[in-house]
Design a protein around this ligand. Structure first.
Ligand code: F6R
Length: 602
């Protein structure tokens, strides 16, 4: 996700802020920029570039006398990675500069209100400086203006502003993190402590709604009242700090899932009406004539595709197929004009998936990408792209992108179902309500991590691990097994629970734990029959089961009630299980042997 830095103090602010941006580089980004307040006249100067911080260093002056600056690394969600879309963004007169993280859900409405203003980017962020411009023109001081503008924004965000003639930075937090660093030479501000940990370890974490005003001193407002900032000391070492205090990126990314999912669905669903806004332009007549939705993908993305195919058939009344991309061919019996082919790829660069989507395009099918990466190759080759907005994923094993892919594809399924008239508003509303509750449900699972850690420690030395599930829990069984084998190197297999008795049961012993997903959307009663079969062979059973489930298993991990999305939430238990088994064995979790994050060969 994007990174924010800021500084005011005795030293050169440009140098401090650029250093902060370099410290945030490990997070992944596609553009960077800074804005400084010129001490001579209070003017604001902005430097920004798409690409690496190194490119920004070439664009910015080597030295600047400024003592006050803000900076940003962008990871695109609205508009491609270009110089114009990079932050900071300014108002019409260039008197206000803003850096922002998160998503402004109501930006289109606000932009329509600001019709007198000139917009120069595709971003949601740019409404902020223009709104500030109006408040300042109406006589607000910078702090009052930031407060007033923040009240008008919907979504999860954090932003910082500098204003011509005001020697300071004003920052506000609403669901996206912001932290202050109290250094000897001045005050730092960032979305992540890693930005300034080489300068100070004394920090204050902002809470939702807090407004921080950085001048010669810091003033922190909570509920409109100035409060004394609570100062904490960071004890992590540099390596752990880069991973936000976690030992591995994968662990951090597992824990980022509630936030990633909130970003995925932010501004896209109307629970009351059951409507979805995906900013894609399928002609309705095309949707009505579609006979088949094909999903093409590899690995974890293929499993997200399996989840989605079932959602499409259930919700959109359309035939849905999923093909491993390297096996794809546009085969007989299909009418290209009545086919929508969706490439599911977090990187947008997977060679097998690109090759499959090109074959679909050549055959004449309408094509779409569901991806995490704006500007990636796949987005340039398809008719429509929908972004999963999970933020950069660094660990080789995909975790948060799986969750965000499934959530995005669920929105696609509801969108198609509603547009085709196959899904009632009541049913859509119920599903979207469930989807809205998924981030909170995932958080509950994450809070139960010590239980999973204990279970992992108990079973880590087993001969093999079998994951089972039915319906929406089947792809989760496959994904659970893939995660475990990738990072722990243990033998793990995922099966449709009903298939055990057709062969794999021969492998089941008291040394092969069976990890079962027994939730809504996973045909739990029937799966339990299969569990009885493995229990009869002495296998211990670890179940991720609906909270009300009281069936006899060795370990019960409770899944909150979110309807068809319960298997998706259960998957977080399997991610944690894989992580702790691998950690117990001392595996190189973020870079498992023989594997790469982006597979660009066929
Ligand atoms: C597994 C994993 C891979 C990817 C696969 C496709 O943890 O990450 O299986 O899912 O290589 O990658 P994308 O989604 O980038 O096309």
């Amino acid at each position: 996700m994007c990174g924010i830095t800021g500084y005011i103090g005795r030293d050169e602010a440009l140098d401090r802020v650029l250093g902060g941006l370099q410290n945030l580089e490990y997070r992944g980004y596609d553009s960077a920029g800074v804005a400084v307040t010129e001490p001579a006249d209070g003017d604001i100067a902005v430097y920004k570039r798409s690409g690496e911080v190194d490119q920004l260093l070439e664009a910015a002056p080597a030295e600047s006398p400024s003592r006050c600056a803000i900076g940003h690394t962008r990871w695109s969600t609205h508009g491609p990675p270009t110089d114009a879309n990079a932050h900071p963004h300014t108002d019409c007169a260039g008197r206000v500069a803003v850096v922002h993280n998160g998503i402004i859900e109501n930006y289109e409405r606000l932009q329509a209100e600001l019709s007198e203003h000139t917009f120069t980017s595709d971003t949601d962020t740019e409404v902020i400086p223009h709104l500030l411009e109006d408040r300042l023109a109406a006589g607000d001081d910078p702090v009052a203006a930031v407060r007033a503008v923040s009240d008008r924004l919907e979504g999860s965000f954090a932003f910082c502003a500098i204003v011509e003639g005001f020697d300071g930075v004003v920052a506000v937090r609403n669901d996206s993190p912001l932290v202050l660093g109290h250094g000897e030479d001045g005050t730092y501000l960032a979305s992540d402590v890693t930005a300034f940990l080489d300068r100070t370890r004394s920090v204050t974490y902002l809470e939702n709604g807090d407004v921080a005003v950085l001048e010669d001193d810091v003033t922190l407002y909570r509920d409109g009242e100035a409060i004394e900032p609570a100062i904490e000391t960071i004890e992590w070492d540099a390596d752990a700090a880069e991973k936000g205090g976690y030992d591995h990126y994968m662990h951090k990314e597992i824990h980022e899932q509630p936030q990633a999912l909130r970003q995925t669905i932010s501004g896209r669903l109307e629970v009351d009406s059951g409507d979805v806004d995906l900013e894609v332009s399928f002609p309705t007549e095309h949707l009505n004539s579609i006979e088949e939705v094909q999903l093409v993908a590899c690995g974890t993305s293929y499993y997200a595709g399996l989840y989605a195919a079932r959602l499409l058939e259930t919700l959109a009344d359309v035939r849905a197929s999923v093909t491993i991309a390297s096996e794809y061919a546009f085969e007989g019996g299909r009418d290209p004009w009545r086919t929508l082919t969706i490439a599911v790829t977090q990187s947008g660069e997977t060679a097998d998936t690109l090759s499959a989507i090109r074959a679909a395009d050549q055959a004449g099918a309408r094509t779409m990408a569901v991806t995490n990466t704006l500007g990636s190759t796949v987005t340039r080759e398809v008719d429509d792209s929908v972004f999963i907005r999970a933020g950069p994923e660094i660990g080789v094993a995909a975790t948060k992108t799986f969750a965000s892919q499934v959530a995005t594809l669920a929105l696609v399924a509801v969108h198609i179902g509603r547009r085709r008239g196959a899904l009632s508003s009541g049913r859509a509303s119920e599903l979207l309500g469930n989807l809205r509750d998924v981030p909170g449900a995932v958080q509950q699972v994450l809070d139960a991590e010590p239980d999973v850690d204990a279970v992992a420690a108990e079973y880590a030395d087993s001969d093999a691990f079998f994951f089972v599930g039915r319906a929406f829990a089947h792809p989760v069984a496959l994904e659970g097994a893939l995660k475990l084998k990738e990072i722990s190197y243990d033998h793990a297999e995922g099966f449709a629970a009903g298939e055990l008795k057709h062969g794999p049961l021969a492998l089941v012993t008291d040394q092969t734990p069976v990890l079962a997903t027994l939730t809504d959307g996973g045909d739990a009663d029937k799966t339990y029959n299969n569990i009885k079969e493995v229990q009869a062979r002495g296998a211990p059973v670890i179940a991720a089961a609906s909270s009300s489930d009281d069936r006899q298993v060795n370990e019960h991990l409770s899944v909150p009630d979110v309807g068809l999305f319960e298997p998706l939430v259960a998957n977080v238990y399997w991610q944690l299980f894989a992580y702790h088994v691998a950690a117990d064995k001392g595996r190189p979790i973020d870079k498992p042997r023989n594997l790469a994050k982006s597979v660009t060969v066929e």
